[in-house]
Design a protein around this ligand. Structure first.
Ligand code: NAD
Ligand code: ZN
Length: 364
């Protein structure tokens, strides 16, 4: 078993990584989130695959267990679903010392975490992430929340879980497209945090994606969780350092929004966004030509949709400006100083960089 500790004083918690951990969930709950009553929140697909395994493990340990299932997908991160789940928690009589378990991808983690943060002013919760994106990113760090029709992730809180349980074997049932999208966030940690890790991913990209070496997969997950935990320990509420996790996300988010959230998966848009950031870093001569080529050739191997033909710079730029308004001041852009090292710039206008990058992409 691999154990990554996230140290935040009394809100500290471990992230445990081990094959077939789902069946052993109750052993670990005893130490970190003991309870006699649990509510599992999951989505349709994940509950069909793993709902029974987790709920019978809990029931066999004498824990009163309910399984609440919501539809798959981003639309479940809504007021309506949130309200329904809170109602069901009340109806089932979940007590103050009860536990909420998020079993699923990032949608379930964010949603169930926010239910846990608000129900009875906060009950314990445990993350059991099942998508690659959730295992390397969203289940760690305590950002929970839902969407508003006017924008994604506009409503939420910081609320840390008591425990994160990662079973890498769950990745065997995950769609390959979801795997590639999650792998975008994996590469992000190499680019912003550690050159050696970037090289490891570069060397074994296809082995990792096709889960040919589960030991290497577990090492990869542990590295990403450690990197995220290091950042969150230093800056839990995104006052400064945590911004580096947004590498590739300024243009990534704009690409998602400009294509109405239907064309790209989040991680896919981030891959293009990271390419943009690396390209700008090269233009500004923060990184060398050969570093840029190395990054580009890794990102090119990703099996993801190309930029749509009808994408116009103005649309992307106006989406970025909406982000900018939210921060109130100039926009912080995360660029690279080397592979494994970021450089944050505060910029007023990204228009030239976006236009020139799109021209570069069209020429290719
Ligand atoms: N809280 C954070 O710090 C943070 C960080 C990044 C992203 N997010 C959020 O995460 C969400 C995206 O998460 P996601 O990419 O995991 O999407 P998701 O939760 O929608 O999962 C993607 C799909 O994969 C399915 N799935 C998940 N695990 C599976 C498995 N093991 N086998 C088969 N199918 C499986 C799900 O049912 C779903 O249909 C977004 O809402 C985003 O805002 C949050
Ligand atoms: Zn992301």
């Amino acid at each position: 078993m691999k154990i990554v500790g996230l140290e935040l004083g009394e809100r500290s918690y471990p992230i445990l990584i081990q094959n077939n951990l789902l069946t052993k969930i109750t052993i670990h709950l005893k130490g970190h989130a003991p309870t006699e009553q649990a509510v599992i929140i999951s989505d349709q697909s994940v509950s069909q695959l793993y709902g029974e395994t987790v709920s019978s493990a809990l029931k066999n340990a004498g824990i009163q267990t309910d399984l609440f299932i919501v539809p798959d997908g981003e639309d479940s991160k809504s007021w309506k679903t949130m309200g329904n789940l809170l109602t069901r928690c009340i109806q089932t009589g979940l007590k103050r010392d009860g536990l909420i378990i998020a079993l699923g991808g990032g949608v379930i983690g964010d949603l169930a975490g926010f239910v846990a943060a608000t129900y009875l002013r906060g009950v314990n919760f445990v993350q059991v992430p099942t998508s690659l994106l959730a295992q390397v990113d969203s289940s760690v760090g305590g950002k929970v929340g839902i969407n508003h029709p006017m924008g994604k992730n506009l409503i939420g809180n910081f609320y840390q879980p008591k425990l994160v349980l990662i079973d890498p074997m769950t990745l065997t049932t995950l769609d390959k497209r979801e795997m590639w999208a999650g792998m975008g966030e994996v590469v992000k940690y190499g680019l912003i945090w550690d050159e050696a890790f970037f090289k490891q991913v570069e060397d074994s990209l296809h082995t990792l994606i096709h889960l040919k070496d589960m030991e290497a997969v577990a090492d990869m997950l542990a590295f990403c969780c450690r990197a995220k935990a290091d950042v969150v320990e230093k800056d839990e509420k995104e006052g400064g350092l945590r911004r580096i996790l947004n590498f590739g996300h300024t243009v990534g988010h704009a690409l998602e929004a400009a294509t109405d959230y239907h064309y790209f998966k989040h991680g896919e848009a981030v891959v293009h966004g990271m390419h943009w950031a690396a390209w700008v870093s090269r233009q500004e001569q923060f990184i060398s030509e050969s570093e840029f080529n190395q990054i580009e050739s890794l990102l090119k191997q990703f099996a993801i949709p190309v930029l749509p033909d009808n994408l116009v710079a103005e649309n992307l730029i106006s989406r970025i400006k909406i982000d900018k308004k939210q921060t109130g001041k100039g926009l912080h852009v995360v660029l690279l100083e080397a592979i494994g090292k970021t450089k944050i710039l505060k910029v007023e206008d990204m228009t030239p960089w976006v236009k020139a990058w799109l021209i570069y992409m069209q020429k290719k």
